[in-house]
Write a new protein. Structure first.
Length: 172
């Protein structure tokens, strides 16, 4: 089942029609606001998305806290968000680079790499001064319950900026 992940900036007017963000590399990300679309006579359609780093972190948190196994495109998205090459990630996961490539192509079941990737990304986005107990509790819940954990709203806001997750809907 494909699930639509929707994001919005609190306090802003919603768009008439959700905007499908294709450039992010995931097939199911839609924005309910925080995007402007203009037509320019010289350049055509101009799309401006507010606070792209915050949006990327909000999408990353959505991905690591979902209950389903990571897809190949989600695995690639998280790797790129951490600015890791396939080789660097392979070293961290103690697998060969072809295994990482196969995860990203959806050719190989991730097994424990799914939980490891979620934990790596979570540690990546938490600030250095983050409470160690929060890190242990959150990554432990992600590893054992696969998506049952949610960050407290204050921590989530600090990481994602102005972007919020609207929820999930079945894709049309």
């Amino acid at each position: 089942m494909n699930v639509r992940a929707e994001f919005y900036i609190k306090g802003r007017r919603l768009l008439d029609k959700p905007f499908h963000v294709k450039a992010i590399g995931l097939p199911n990300v839609y924005l309910l606001n925080g995007v402007s679309i203009e037509q320019d006579a010289d350049y055509g359609t101009l799309i401006t998305i507010e606070d792209i780093p915050g949006l990327h972190r909000a999408v990353g948190l959505y991905v690591v806290t979902k209950s389903d196994e990571l897809t190949g495109s989600e695995f690639r998205f998280l790797r790129k968000e951490m600015n890791l090459t396939q080789e660097a990630l392979a070293d961290r996961l103690r697998v060969n680079v072809q295994t990482v490539a196969n995860y990203e192509k959806g050719k190989t079941s991730m097994g424990a790499a799914d939980a490891a990737m979620r934990a790596l990304y979570t540690l990546h986005i938490l600030s250095d001064e983050a409470d160690a107990n929060l890190i242990r509790a959150f990554t432990g819940a992600v590893v054992t319950a696969r998506g049952a954990a949610k960050l407290p709203e204050r921590s989530r806001k600090k990481i994602t900026g102005s972007w919020r997750e609207a929820g999930q809907r079945k894709a049309a």
